[in-house]
Design a protein. Structure first.
Length: 88
């Protein structure tokens, strides 16, 4: 049974969109970790979107987005420190 997105409450619709956006931004932050500013911005936006979605509607997608985004932020910070200490 498929749910029609137009029949959902606007707040739930936004929460579902933000939870998917959080997961997507978390994956992007992992890919963009080699450019520290881009990876950091993507992961912070992913954490914010996931937190807003989690507050409105507690879903697994929002939680997964938050976890992936935090992991992306850690990878970005580690890579930034690696570049800072080991540059020639």
């Amino acid at each position: 049974m498929e749910i029609d997105p137009n029949s959902l409450d606007p707040e739930l619709r936004n929460a579902k969109f933000l939870s998917i956006a959080s997961a997507a931004l978390g994956l992007m932050s992992l890919c963009l970790a080699i450019v520290p500013i881009c990876g950091g911005i993507a992961s912070i936006l992913g954490i914010i979107c996931g937190a807003i979605a989690q507050r409105a509607d507690s879903t697994r997608t929002a939680l997964a987005g938050i976890i992936i985004s935090v992991f992306g932020l850690v990878v970005t910070l580690v890579y930034t420190l690696f570049l800072f200490f080991f540059q020639n």
